[in-house]
Design a binder for this molecule. Sequence first.
Ligand code: UDP
Length: 430
Amino acid sequence: MLDLVDLGKRSFSAYRGIAPDEQMDEVLSLAERLRGARCLQLNATPYGGGVSELLRSGVALLNDLGLVTDWQIIRGDQEFFHVTKRLHNALQGAPGGFSESDKATYLAQSRLNSSHLSEDYDFIIVHDPQPAALPMLGGRKGARWIWRCHIDTSNPNPEAWEFLRPFLSAYDAAIFTLPEFIPPRFPISHVAIQSPAIDPLSPKNLPLPEKLARQVLEWIGVRTNRPLVTQISRFDPWKDPLGVIAAYRRVRAELPHLQLAMVGSLALDDPEGWDVYRQIRDATADDNRIHIFTNLVGVGNIEVNAFQLLSDVVIQKSIREGFGLVVSEALWKGTPVVAGRAGGIPLQMPEGVGGLLVDSVEQCAEAVLHLLQHPQEAHYLGEQGREHVRRHFLMPRVLLDFLRLLDDLAHAKPLEPRGLACTTPPCASL
Ligand code: UDP
């Protein structure tokens, strides 16, 4: 068996009064129809990055709603994750080859992973390209399969895409964040468009008293009586950390006390992160107002929460982005954001809401300086952003979209006798 991720308990009813009522009501009625369905969520890492954030909250809530849901992690060594990171980058359009030996590594590990999958599920949801080949290589195990692609695959490197594409024909449905992300000649006909969302009740997003937040930041070395801008991201070239540093230097020429925090996690499936981390260190060695933090030195959810709450501006200067959960996280705290016009970020920051979208280092510097010099406007944008997130980007809306898709799939084929409507979980089969 693959490694199961331990989950806490969540209560869906705790979101009443936070998320919109109509979303709450519809989730409950769909969950009733799907009660007892057995789901497996499969991805490559239990921490670091947006997918694990989503699953940590979403899987526990699905269980509370009566769907019997597990979360498992595929296995792989460093070599496999180097290959899958190259595949990930290539699918986001990075140039460079995907060699025969890369393909062989990917296939061998995928076969191994598929042999560890059990036949216990009605629905298997596979996240991103790392585990994507499993149903084709190991059989469908009697489940309905959904491929959830979180990245921007609108313009994939053709070689990588032609390699992956045949494996996807084993799926019943796919989910993308934006319709533009669907790659050419996509082989799955049932496609749903669903954006991710944040959990307002996770430690990262719970309301943190300001005094406590200040103590947390002071404790790790940030001066809370000086202006602060922050980017929180995996250390990844697509998040343009060096661009953030260049923009910060321009702003600091005007505001010499400005501090920059670069907060970055290093994930299990992301060996490239270490190289980027070293590049950032080298680029900032001479500047003691730039603070660099990683999850390896104890920067966790509370620290991220405090950074998002107390930064004057949060930056997310992505060049390519799937959704960018960090944007909604910052807006949920009412903090204005300056972000790259990439992927799902504009969905979270429509014109006049949340902050300013930028397309270059120069624009990023101008936007940050503008918001720092116009705190009332910045405050107003942040408040608008918070309301936008409340309506569109909180966890109940993700559950709603997801359950609608399961409901469609469950009722697309006739149910077997002990089908979804059974009252005592788990249903034997659909
Ligand atoms: N994150 C974190 N610590 C870090 C860096 C990132 O907890 O040092 C979290 C961040 O708060 C967000 C997620 O990782 O919840 C990143 O998701 P996003 O969609 O922004 O980007 P991805 O990493 O999926 O490309």
